[in-house]
Design a binder for this molecule. Structure first.
Ligand code: ADP
Ligand code: MG
Length: 334
């Protein structure tokens, strides 16, 4: 059974960045205003994320890493409303199948923090001979998740990663996406033990300043904002894209649907086409787009890693977004 679980987990988490994305989303869902990430060897040796969110109750710790354990599905109607919200209690379970997982957490009402260690979905003793029960430790409100030796029990998968720096670049990319999207949350990401921070943002920066922080002033200074919404199509969209004064070699799209970073080649293509009419000599835009769609209209069961998302009335919604972007581009004197 554990081999089957391990294979299933390996389909959800194919690289350190997949685990980290889930952990960031959990921290955001917990209402954190500060999320700090430390990484060793591209996340293969260590992925550590520390947040100041609401924490996890002591009594929930024993089942935390069982599959389908989630605090985010309280009623049956929520099944329709989960939208892009994670894969229903499988993230921590999956991570515990293929890595050493330690959770340290404190809620507001608890007098101390609790530390728990997991393997294959269950609490395990931190060291042989010790108790598997969560241990009281000193700590502040929030949760720290430590993932060590990812893929230690699937050596062929582990060996497929040649360089940690490639994985670190993917990690910085995904942290950068959430750092741009999540206003009111400070993010930092660095290599463990390094004094140099790979990326950091402040919780008080506005959207344009967060983009500046992550992507630089050249991009941030030449952005225009656009937004649109439609009741019948059940969506609202807000975004920023490059004006014709600044363009990039390849379209950069930071896309969020219902608060989750996803991919959509259809949206990317459409926005690129709009932009190119303003840049006859070629060049591509930088785009940030946050799209909120009524959850029952979003199909999340496309692929376990949930990168490409499908939704109802995709063509109509994309057309509305493109029109909004086009109108703003046309307004700008260049
Ligand atoms: P899901 O996010 O789909 O509920 P996960 O496996 O990602 O499933 O997480 C399981 C549960 O663990 C969550 O529902 C939440 O209650 C709790 N949890 C995980 N990470 C955190 C965190 N950083 N802060 C507070 N609670 C958390
Ligand atoms: Mg989750």
């Amino acid at each position: 059974e554990s081999v089957v679980n391990r294979i299933a987990a390996g389909e959800i988490i194919v690289a350190p960045v997949n685990a980290l994305k889930e952990l960031i989303e959990n921290s955001v869902d917990a209402g954190s205003t500060s999320i700090d990430i430390a990484v060793k060897d591209g996340g293969l040796k260590l992925l550590q994320i520390t947040d100041n969110g609401h924490g996890i109750d002591r009594e929930d710790l024993p089942i935390l890493c069982e599959r389908f354990t989630t605090s985010k599905l309280k009623a049956f109607e929520d099944l329709a409303a989960i939208g892009t919200y994670g894969f229903r209690g499988e993230a921590l379970a999956s991570i515990s199948m293929i890595a050493h997982l330690t959770v340290t957490t404190k809620t507001k009402d608890s007098s101390c923090a609790w530390r728990a260690v997991y393997s294959d979905g269950k609490l395990v003793p931190p060291k042989p001979g010790q108790s598997a029960d969560p241990k009281p430790v000193a700590g502040r409100q929030g949760t720290q998740i430590t993932v060590e030796d990812l893929f230690y029990n699937t050596p062929s998968r582990r060996r497929a990663f040649r360089s940690g720096s490639e994985e670190y670049a993917k990690i910085l990319d995904v942290v950068g996406r959430y750092a741009v999207h999540c206003g009111g949350v400070s993010f930092s990401c660095k290599k463990h033990g390094d004094s140099d921070v790979g990326l950091s943002t402040s919780s008080t920066a506005n959207l344009q300043d967060r983009i500046r922080r992550v992507h630089g002033s050249a991009v941030a200074n030449e952005l225009i904002a656009f937004d649109t919404a439609n009741k019948d199509l059940g969506f609202t969209a807000k975004g920023m894209l490059s004006n014709a004064n600044y363009h990039v070699k390849k379209t950069t799209l930071l896309l969020f649907i219902n608060g989750r970073s996803v991919e959509s080649s259809a949206i990317k293509k459409a926005l690129d086409a709009v932009y190119s009419t303003f840049l006859p000599k070629g060049g591509h835009p930088f785009v940030y787009l946050s799209l909120d769609i009524e959850p029952h209209r979003v199909d999340v069961n496309v692929h376990p890693t949930k990168r490409e998302v499908n939704f109802l009335h995709e063509d109509e919604i994309i057309e509305k977004i493109c029109t909004a972007a086009q109108d703003k581009l046309a307004d700008v004197d260049t």
